[in-house]
Design a protein. Structure first.
Length: 399
């Protein structure tokens, strides 16, 4: 391993970092001029040169790198990466043994001790997502840890770090055997078709597992369901299997049609009995209101930020207005599943969005239940923004 560069932290931030906060932020660093090349190892110290931790330099969103250990005797070497991955695998033992769920997260960045990288499992195949050029410099060590500690069919990687303002979303087969696509995996007994060779989005977002199951088991039977920003229709599939009388899936992406048909078909659901609509969700809301359409269950899971030719959406700014649109087409005593993966605000703020939307819609509501990340998406209390998922089941009370 390389030598370490000393990075000094301002006094006002020392307690925070000694307490386990892992992200190196611009405001905390005294000598940013020493940060020359992403991937360089850092020894983080206070202004009196007292040890705080070790980490690496890697630009990711608002961060300049991650602290990986606060133990002075612990080195960042192959043994370190093996130890972290072994611990993460042991914590997912129940998932590895499951026959009903064969897709889950094995390693969740800072929640498992190494910020900037995640590893997902798809029925024997591992997918590594690198979030900075800095962590990508440790690819040999992390790939070796996977090969040393697991029985794998194949390994893929996704480079998610920005380069000239663009995300790199490319297939990058690493080693083992290439998968045959679609690769069929299971989640609580339901099948998904995934494509590990189609960029960063493989076909299903694993962090919504608990929410999908709850929709299937408790909220779908005999209901009409609208699934907005539906992607490949995962929520719609679970709703249909839960006994929904009909599902309507709406997404602006052209690929959503064929992908949703595929997900219905592999689960032996007649997709022709469902509505799959390729359209801007905001435009669909206008259509639904014009036609006086209402739904018993509305699933609202927009991206944190999205832009179409006519619309720009930011969850932090526009979620209340989007929720008002949903309220207008939700039947009395119907349920809205309001979800966001934005780390820009917490659950308290999200609930204030919900309250504002209902007040401005002159509607009353009751919160039924809440969800955050499932257990395989491990987080740490010192880094609250890592627990980004917020899902609230809201009943629209009848007049």
């Amino acid at each position: 391993m390389q030598s370490e560069t000393v990075l000094k932290i301002k006094t006002s931030f020392v307690a925070k970092y000694k307490g386990g906060y892992p992200l190196l932020i611009k405001e905390a660093i005294l000598n940013r001029d020493v940060l020359k090349k992403e991937g360089m190892l850092l020894q983080i110290v206070d202004q009196q040169n007292q040890f705080i931790g070790r980490g690496y330099y890697g630009i990711q969103n608002k961060g300049f790198g991650w602290i990986l250990t606060n133990k002075k005797e612990e080195k960042i070497d192959q043994q370190f990466f093996n130890k972290k991955l072994r611990s993460a695998i042991n914590k997912r033992a129940a998932f590895f043994q499951s026959t009903d769920t064969t897709a889950f997260r094995v390693f969740n960045g800072e929640g498992d001790g190494i910020g900037g990288v995640t590893i997902d499992y798809f029925d024997g195949y591992y997918v590594i997502q690198w979030y900075s050029e800095g962590i990508y410099e440790f690819r040999e060590e992390i790939i070796r840890a996977i090969t040393d500690l697991t029985e794998y069919k194949g390994i893929y990687q996704k480079k998610r770090f920005a380069q000239k303002g663009q995300y790199i979303e490319e297939d990058d087969f690493v080693k083992g055997d290439r998968a045959e696509f679609p690769l069929l995996v299971k989640e609580n007994g339901v099948q998904f078709a995934v494509y590990l060779n189609e960029g960063a989005m493989v076909g299903v977002f694993l962090d919504q597992r608990d929410v999908r199951l709850k929709i299937k088991e408790n909220y779908s039977k005999g209901k009409t369901v609208l699934n907005t920003f539906s992607y490949t229709g995962a929520f719609s599939v679970f709703a249909a299997l839960g006994g929904a009388t009909k599902t309507t899936s709406v997404d602006v992406a052209n690929r959503s049609l064929s992908k949703t048909i595929e997900q219905f078909s592999i689960n032996e659901i007649d997709y022709e009995a469902q509505d799959i609509i390729v359209e801007d969700v905001f435009k669909y809301y206008k259509y639904a209101n014009k036609k006086n359409l209402t739904f018993d269950l509305v699933i609202l899971d927009p991206p944190s930020f999205a832009r179409t030719k006519k619309t720009t959406f930011s969850a932090a700014k526009d979620y209340p207005d989007l929720l008002k649109e949903s309220i207008s087409i939700t039947a009395d005593d119907g349920v809205i599943v309001a979800s966001t993966n934005s780390s820009a605000f917490d659950m308290k703020k999200f609930k204030s969005f919900i309250d504002r939307a209902f007040r401005e819609s002159n509607s009353k509501y009751k919160i039924l239940e809440e969800f955050s990340l499932p257990e395989d998406f491990r987080t740490i209390p010192q880094f609250k923004e890592g627990n980004y998922l917020k899902v609230v089941f809201i009943k629209k009370l009848g007049k």
